[in-house]
Ligand binder design. Structure first.
Ligand SMILES: Cc1ncc(COP(=O)(O)O)c(C=O)c1O
Length: 395
C-alpha cells in the first residue's frame, strides 16, 4: 500500500469535542503553562516560537541550540531569522545532554530550546544555570507538555519564554501559546483572525466530533446542517474564483510542519480560546494518565517492543504513549493499514543529524511510535487499539 494512502484512523488521533466543554470557565488548580504571568494566544506553537525568538532579538549573527530529536517546526522559526541552528544531543530518555550543550555554547549563542518530550517534563536546573552564566535565553518547548511541573514550578515558567501547541491537548483546529513569567508578552499586537477562519475553526471541531459520533442526537441534527452547508459551500467554490483563500487555515492546523509567514502574527480563534478556558484540566490530566497506564500495562511486555519510559511519574500528563519497535518499517504500515492512529515525532530529521554524531536521536526517530492516550478515548477504543496492536505484532 502507498505510504500516503492509508485508511483514516479508526479511532481519534487527537481530542474530540464532547459535552465536557460547555461548562462555565473552570478555576484551574492543575499546574500548566497557563500559570505563567503573561500569555499570548497565537495560531500555533511554531508561530509562538517565531515571536519568542524575535523577542530574544535573534539575528543572522547568532546561533540557536535546538534538540537533535526534533520536527521541522522547531527549527524553521530560527532559520526564518537567518540565524544558525546548532543541534545538541539528547539522552535515551529524551533529556538534554548537558555536556554536549556546554560544548556547543559559544559567544554567538543567543537562545536554547528545551523540549518536554511527550509530556515528560525535564529538570531544567542545570540548563537554567548554564543559560544564566552565559546570558542566553532559555525557551521551554511545552508543545508536548501543556500540563505539569518542572524544577518545582509550573511548566513553562522556568525559562525566559515558553511555547505551547494547544491543538495537541484540546479539541481545537488552531492554537498556540507564547508564555512568560518574566516578560510581558500579553501586550504584543497581533492581527485578528478573519471571519472565515473563525467559522472554520468552530465548524471543524463539530465535524470531527460528529464523524466520531461524540454528540449523540444533537450530532445527527448538526450533521444535517453541516451537509447543507458543505453543498452550498462547494457550489460557491465552483462559481467564485479565488474562493480557496477564504477557507485557508494555517498549515499547522492541517498536520503540516512548515512555517507560514502569514500566520505568525495572527491571534488564535475565539472558539479555540473558549474551549481552552472551559476545559476541565484536572479531568483531562487524570484521563490521560489513566489511558497511559492502561496502554503501558497492556503493551509493555510485547515481544519486539519496549516502552520509551519505564513508568509515568505522578504529575506527568502524557501527550502520547511512546513505544519502541524492533521492526518499525514492517509494523508501521501494518498498523496504519488497520486504522491504528500513530504519530511519528521526529520522523524526518535535519540533514545535519547523522547516525555517527547523533546515534540516539536517529534511533528515536526511526523506532519510536506514539499512540494516542488523550482524554476523549473511550474504553472500547482503547481496547480495540490494544487488541489490534497485539494481533499485528504477533502475526
Ligand atoms: C516538540 C514540538 N515543538 C513545537 C511544535 C510546533 O507546534 P505547532 O504544530 O503548534 O506549530 C511541535 C509540533 O508538532 C512539536 O512537536
Amino acid at each position: 500500500m502507498d505510504i500516503n494512502n492509508f485508511p483514516p484512523p479508526f479511532i481519534p488521533l487527537s481530542p474530540i469535542l464532547d459535552d465536557g466543554y460547555w461548562a462555565k470557565p473552570h478555576q484551574h488548580k492543575t499546574p500548566s503553562i497557563f500559570d505563567a504571568q503573561y500569555k499570548l494566544n497565537t495560531t500555533s506553537g511554531r508561530a509562538a516560537l517565531s515571536i519568542a525568538l524575535e523577542l530574544c532579538q535573534v539575528t543572522s549573527a547568532h546561533n540557536v541550540l535546538v534538540p537533535s530529536y526534533h520536527c521541522e517546526s522547531m527549527v524553521s522559526p530560527a532559520l526564518r531569522l537567518t540565524s544558525s541552528v546548532f543541534f545538541y544531543k539528547v539522552n535515551k530518555d529524551t533529556s538534554p545532554d548537558i555536556k554536549d550543550i556546554s560544548e556547543k555554547i559559544n559567544k554567538q549563542t543567543k537562545a536554547i530550546l528545551v523540549t518536554h518530550f511527550f509530556g515528560f517534563t525535564q529538570d531544567l536546573s542545570d540548563i537554567k544555570q548554564l543559560c544564566d552564566k552565559h546570558n542566553i535565553f532559555l525557551i521551554e518547548d511545552c508543545a508536548h507538555a501543556f500540563f505539569g511541573e518542572t524544577t518545582s514550578k509550573p511548566v513553562g515558567t522556568v525559562g525566559d519564554y515558553a511555547i505551547a501547541s494547544t491543538m495537541k491537548f484540546f479539541p481545537v483546529l488552531d492554537g498556540g501559546i507564547l508564555a512568560s513569567d518574566k516578560h510581558d508578552v500579553s501586550t504584543i499586537t497581533l492581527n485578528k483572525p478573519t471571519l472565515p477562519f473563525q467559522l472554520k475553526s468552530a465548524i471543524n471541531s463539530f465535524e470531527k466530533a460528529i464523524s466520531f459520533k461524540r454528540l449523540g442526537k444533537r450530532g445527527t441534527f448538526l450533521n444535517l446542517l453541516l451537509s447543507v452547508k458543505n453543498n452550498l459551500w462547494n457550489s460557491i467554490k465552483r462559481s467564485v474564483s479565488g474562493s480557496e483563500k477564504l477557507t485557508s487555515v494555517p498549515g499547522s492546523s492541517e498536520g503540516g510542519f512548515g512555517l507560514d509567514e502569514n500566520w505568525i502574527n495572527v491571534h488564535s480563534t475565539y472558539f479555540s480560546k473558549q474551549i481552552i478556558t472551559r476545559a476541565n484540566y484536572s479531568s483531562i490530566c487524570s484521563k490521560r494518565q489513566h489511558n497511559y497506564k492502561v496502554l503501558h500495562n497492556a503493551l509493555k511486555d510485547l515481544p519486539g517492543c519496549e516502552p520509551l519510559f519505564e513508568s509515568s511519574p505522578d504529575g506527568v500528563t502524557p501527550l502520547v504513549y511512546p513505544l519502541k519497535f524492533d521492526n518499525p518499517d514492517l509494523h508501521f504500515s501494518a498498523l496504519k493499514e488497520k486504522g491504528v492512529p500513530i504519530w511519528r515525532f521526529g520522523e524526518y530529521l535535519d540533514e545535519q543529524i547523522t547516525p555517527e554524531e547523533f546515534p540516539i536521536s536517529c534511533e528515536l526517530s526511526k523506532t519510536i511510535f506514539q499512540f494516542p492516550c488523550h482524554q476523549s478515548l473511550t474504553q472500547d477504543e482503547l481496547d480495540w487499539m490494544i487488541t489490534t496492536i497485539k494481533e499485528t505484532i504477533k502475526s
